[in-house]
Design a protein around this ligand. Structure first.
Ligand code: IMP
Length: 209
């Protein structure tokens, strides 16, 4: 991070203690808790504190993660961690991107979302490439408004039809670069070792803990 004068500013460290996980997804809260437990971080979910979910009005993954983390830190008086993630397809100019969850509709139908991605690529014509990447932005905010943000990424390509029944979301149509199985065909531990989320967490742990 640079300060207003263009100099390097120290990254703020996260002290042991309570950390609000600004997500209403219990699976995510548990997983993040397991990752940070060894560092003396005690996770508290936003749902436990009855914190509202702010609208994701940002235009980037980082902006959305930051606005969720800042809102939770401000309301709770504790440091807060938020994430935002999605699939970006080169031939679709980065779509579905920050709208990855929304492409699945209110019924969270990812069979539909994957078909929409496939059809949108097909509509670009036979020359359209299949390159894609997942992004995971993590933002750590403090009640005084300070934020540290990290962006993890995994490159790969889109395949059709979907393959595999592990994982979630767009996993059945994403093959990470250098591999032949989709994320949904892999052992979850193999996915977790190379994913965009693992990359973002590794950056965060190295920087703030
Ligand atoms: P959010 O970050 O919870 O707002 O939602 C991100 C959306 O991106 C999810 O609903 C998934 O559709 C998609 N996504 C993010 N990470 C992954 C992943 O690891 N595998 C498959 N889909 C993902």
């Amino acid at each position: 991070m640079t300060d207003d004068w263009g100099g390097e500013q120290a990254i703020r460290k996260l002290a042991p203690g309570r950390l609000v996980i600004a997500s209403h997804n219990p699976g995510k809260v548990r997983e993040i808790g397991e990752l940070l437990g060894p560092y003396g971080i005690e996770p508290v979910s936003a749902a436990t504190l009855n914190l509202p979910e702010p609208d994701e009005t940002g235009t980037t993954f980082i902006a959305n993660a930051e606005l969720k983390a800042l809102a939770a830190a401000d309301l709770s008086g504790l440091p807060a961690l938020a994430d935002d993630s999605g699939l970006c397809v080169d031939a679709l100019n980065g779509d579905p991107g920050i709208f990855s969850a929304r492409w699945a509709g209110p019924g969270k139908d990812f069979a539909l979302a994957m078909r929409l991605v496939h059809e949108a690529i097909e509509a670009k014509g036979p020359e359209a490439g299949r390159d894609a990447h997942f992004i995971c932005a993590l933002a750590l905010a403090w009640p005084d408004g300070h934020v540290e943000a990290f962006e993890g990424r995994v490159n790969g390509s889109i395949v059709w039809p979907p393959r595999g029944d592990r994982g979630f979301g767009y996993d059945p149509i994403f093959v990470p670069r250098g591999h032949s199985m989709t994320f949904a065909e892999m052992d979850p531990a193999a996915k977790h070792a190379m994913s965009h989320r693992a990359d973002a967490f590794a950056q965060m742990v190295a920087a703030v803990l």
